[in-house]
Design a protein around this ligand. Structure first.
Ligand code: CTP
Ligand code: MG
Length: 171
């Protein structure tokens, strides 16, 4: 594998996590996952930015992306089942990491939507890679590339979502 194609494969690998993380902004809303409940510190457990619709919409979207990916590069996945399992784990991991991030943000008394540099851009990514690791691995170099590239993509796409009117803040 050439260096460039190795980076491209890393992006192809992580694509479901990106879609899972980004799609809730479109169909999130409704009942928050924490049901409005407070933690011991009197602050919200997760906050109104984490909803069931956003969570399952994100997991569904990411898993669907994996299904599409399988038809483009079947040999990368081996079978349609492995492609679906990988995409599901990447998506579930991404949304789970996103919840952990919000839990931490609420404990730090940061209001919903307030930026937490590092946590917002990397929490979902690291969690997605951990969940997917048992099913399909990438090299440490590819992981490092994703850790550097993802924050740049995150800022770029959030700014775009803000300009499109999908988000109220550009981060
Ligand atoms: N969203 C959702 N459900 C999720 C994740 C996200 O409905 N599980 C939607 C919410 O409308 C949220 C938007 O996607 O406002 C952007 O997601 P994110 O930036 O992760 O949430 P924030 O509003 O910034 O909240 P937090 O401060 O908790 O990160
Ligand atoms: Mg946010």
């Amino acid at each position: 594998m050439g260096a460039l194609s190795s980076l491209a494969w890393a992006l192809w690998y992580i694509l479901p996590a990106y879609f899972a993380n980004g799609s809730p902004v479109l169909f999130g809303g409704g009942r928050p996952i924490d049901g409005g409940r407070l933690w011991k510190d009197g602050k919200r457990l997760l906050g109104d930015g984490k909803t069931w619709r956003g969570f399952f919409g994100g997991v569904g979207t990411g898993t669907l992306i994996g299904l599409l990916q399988y038809f483009f590069t079947p040999s990368f996945y081996g079978s349609i089942g492995s492609a679906l399992i990988l995409a599901f784990l990447l998506s579930f991991g991404a949304l789970f990491g996103d919840l952990v991030g919000s839990f931490i943000k609420r404990r730090l008394d940061l209001p919903r939507g307030y930026p937490a540099v590092g946590l917002d851009q990397l929490g979902f990514l690291i969690s997605a890679m951990v969940f997917a690791y048992p099913v399909k691995t990438i090299s440490s170099g590819q992981m490092l590339f994703l850790l550097v590239f993802t924050p740049l993509l995150h800022w770029g796409t959030n700014y775009l979502a803000y300009r499109m009117g999908w988000k109220s803040v550009p981060w």
